[in-house]
Design a protein around this ligand. Sequence first.
Ligand SMILES: O=P(O)(O)OC[C@H]1O[C@](O)(CO)[C@@H](O)[C@@H]1O
Length: 476
Amino acid sequence: MRYEQLQWQEQMKIQVDFNHMMTEFIGEEEGFTREHIEALAGKIKDSHQRMLKKSGSGWLEWRKLPMNQEEVVTKIVRTAEEIRSRAEAFVVLGIGGSALGPLAVQTALNHLHYNELPTERRGGPRFYVLDNVDPERVAALFDIIDPAKTIFNVISKSGSTSETMAQFMIVFNLLREKIGSDYAKNIIATTDAEKGNLVKMAREEGYTTFTIPAGVGGRFSELSPVGLLPAAVCGIDIRELLAGAAYMDKLCQQEDVFRNPAYMLGVLQYLAMRRGKNISVMMPYTDALKYFADWYAQLWAESLGKRTDNNGEDVFAGQTPVKALGTTDQHSQVQLYVEGPFDKVVTFLGVGCYRQEVTIPKVFEDLAGIAFLGGHTLGQLIKAEQLATEYALMKAQRLNFTVTLPEINAFTVGQLIQLLEIQTAFVGELLDINAFDQPGVEEGKNATYALLGRPGYESKKQELETRPLKKSEYIL
Ligand SMILES: O=P(O)(O)OC[C@H]1O[C@](O)(CO)[C@@H](O)[C@@H]1O
């Protein structure tokens, strides 16, 4: 790699600031010390060893995605170019990990800076993520797209998620009606290599198919074809996204928590959890990262929200993720964060340099209450507000981190994805739980199957009938 490139990467390194987790700033009652962290040395070492051992295999296969995919990337780029040249719209059919990543990355990298993109990367299809089965929304989308000029990317790791499969069945039918025998050209399947209905259908029907590697679960799949194909179709430089993730991965291979940003975030969150901080707020100070808070909510909630057994006693792990947006939610939630219960850790996501600026004009100069704003840029205003909110929280002894992206680009967004994924997996190790399953969602899924008459769920249906869900006397 050229020296200038190395230097640029260094400048683009994400910064993790944990000052406001420490006693010097937060006070002894709430803050942590080096000693608190060092007291966990044994646990950190064991967790690190387990992470290293599993890295790239089993359910940690996602860790190797940034480094090991050149062949897949080449196929994705080729497919994306072809789609960009012929489609008017590109629709992702997926939910959870099969939707939130594509949405977060596209919002981060495209919506604000569209006009700055080189001409050859402007244009391309309109992008939609259909991640719900709200009939009004689905119908509304079909009102504004022409199915014949739309590529539908059906994404499901399991190939059996009811919402995604229902959407797909509707699309499949619609395409057959509208374009007849050639309909398969408008469908791309992204799914497991072997398991589930989708891969079977894809094979039989001859859809272009991308594989989600076996050990890459939905919420850890953004850097697999799940996220890479939609990103490439949207003109995002996916090699740069992966390079950013690889760069961060390297930083996060160090055992020394004082040199490893993901571990430091993880260890301090873990210490906070042990003190009953049950809520993790993510608050980006840029609209571009608004949907990252959604993506993180699934990552954090599904990975860490686990009931485990500790010598016969139930232990309930996890933190409730809360999404906020700066400055918008300063005027809706920050009151609670400053004066409400001491039960939260706030992670601010900041931006070093906004890529577009707007200057506030010097008008109304005789009104001192607003005249001071004139001459400043909106970037200065939003940064001052972020700093001021960090200050207010610190003064009220409220734990908070700041993660700063020097600017928002594919390299820094790739870093952010890998940073938060490693942090989550590491906290899973510290908590001694399986961060990669989600048994708690099964009961609801099975009840849905029973309610809709899926064969094999007769006894669940009986259970639902004999165990009334609600009493009318409690409904007003
Ligand atoms: O990609 P799939 O298998 O359709 O799953 C969608 C989502 O559903 C879940 O399995 C939860 O039900 C998530 O973990 C996952 O991201």
